[in-house]
Design a protein around this ligand. Structure first.
Ligand SMILES: Cc1ncc(COP(=O)(O)O)c(C=O)c1O
Length: 382
């Protein structure tokens, strides 16, 4: 296996013009050019539905789950396919218990799909949502560990904060949850694929991830990992394909009380998703082949460079120990000048603004030249 340093920019595998600097993976990534071809073949297959057979309902989604399982150290059976993070959070909320007076812990400014279900659950159970304030030094982990106690029922958090990439060290957080009997629900949409993660090390109750950002996948396709201890739980809906014997289409009205094994019952209806699944599979195959560790090292080289260049022009960034490898917020000490992102976009440089910081999110199609272009433009604009 080549060393991390040998990993190089993969822009040639994407349809990104030479003059475009796309540093906005946290918004959404482009799919691989090869995935677009897989997707086009999948769309064309619907021109001739007589070519689609029973195995097409089962094998591609099983492959998607196997690839996700490989990425996170789980079994393919522990994974179900869902359309969005909000759907996965609804599964988690439905299957966790909460007593009056207990608390659900979240982080300040967390993405809404991982906030609304907890607000609603707390309200209907006379419980409280406790929000961890944003730490000045970026150290969410210490704050979380202080907050988790005997009254904690659920901790719902990310591994990298979506606004600026400040990280949560999930191993001690998982340990603290187990020590106090709290459930751990993770939204890894802003980190999985580019930041190492293993369910064996963290042991979450539920882990949910959308595929359209760091996983190089399409929109409306997400995964939920369900810990074996919850696999006898209640799904959100009753679809036919997750019941036993659904492979035999001639006998679907022999209604079955039992589900397929593992987390299968949590799959969304029509999870076979013929057009999107090949795109997801292609992206995951490529990421697994490169290896998350190598991708992570490559990206942390780029964010290190971004941090240095940002500080040199008077912007502040979180301390290295609190940063994730792939996502970094550049903070203005005063107000951010008007229209920075628009002016950058006019130069074909794409980033996002979240709060008072510019969020820079490189992926494996970026290199040091992109960072140079960003900072020569910022040098003119601020
Ligand atoms: C951290 C995080 N979670 C989830 C999502 C998407 O959520 P959903 O799939 O519910 O639309 C986003 C989108 O920006 C996100 O940043």
């Amino acid at each position: 296996m080549p060393s991390p340093a040998q990993f190089s920019c993969q822009k040639s595998l994407f349809d990104i013009p030479a003059d475009v600097t796309y540093l906005n993976a946290a918004y959404m990534t482009p799919i691989l050019a090869s995935s677009a071809l897989s997707g086009q073949r999948a769309v064309a297959a619907k021109l001739q539905p007589w070519q689609t057979d029973t195995r097409d309902f089962f094998d591609p989604p099983a492959r998607a789950c196997a690839l996700m399982a490989q990425m996170i150290g789980a079994r393919a059976d522990d994974i179900a396919l869902i359309p969005a993070v909000s759907y996965g959070m609804a599964i988690a909320a439905r299957n966790l218990s909460l007593r009056p007076g207990q608390k659900i812990i979240i982080l300040a400014d967390q993405f809404p799909s991982n906030v609304y279900p907890w607000q609603q659950m707390a309200q209907s159970h006379q419980a409280t949502v406790v929000t961890i304030n944003r730490p000045e030094n970026g150290d969410w982990t210490a704050r979380l560990l202080e907050a988790i106690d005997h009254d904690t029922a659920i901790v719902a958090c990310p591994q990298a904060h979506w606004t600026d990439g400040t990280r949560v060290d999930l191993v001690p957080v998982g340990q603290a949850c187990r020590r106090y009997g709290a459930a751990l629900v993770l939204d890894l949409t802003q980190s999985l694929g580019v930041m190492p993660f293993s369910v064996r090390d963290v042991d979450p109750d539920f882990m949910i991830v959308a595929s359209y950002k760091w996983l190089l996948g399409p929109y409306s396709y997400a995964f939920v990992y369900v810990a074996p201890r919850h696999q006898q739980g209640t799904p959100l809906e009753d679809n036919w394909i997750v019941r036993t014997g659904s492979e035999d289409f001639t006998r679907l009205v022999d209604y079955q009380p039992d589900y397929q094994p593992g987390a299968a019952r949590f799959n969304v209806g029509e999870r076979s998703n013929f057009m999107l699944t090949p795109i997801v599979v292609d992206g995951l195959e490529q990421l697994n082949q490169w290896g998350v560790d190598r991708i992570s090292s490559y990206l942390s080289g780029l964010t290190g460079l971004i941090a240095e260049r940002a500080q040199a022009i008077g912007l502040t960034v979180a301390a290295k120990a609190c940063r994730s490898p792939h996502l970094i917020g550049l903070n203005f000490t005063g107000d951010m000048p008007e229209g920075v992102t628009v002016s950058l976009a006019q130069r074909k440089i794409y980033v996002s603004v979240r709060g008072n910081s510019i969020r820079v999110a490189p992926h494996i199609y970026n290199d040091a030249q992109d960072i140079d272009r960003l900072f020569s433009a910022l040098g003119e604009l601020i």
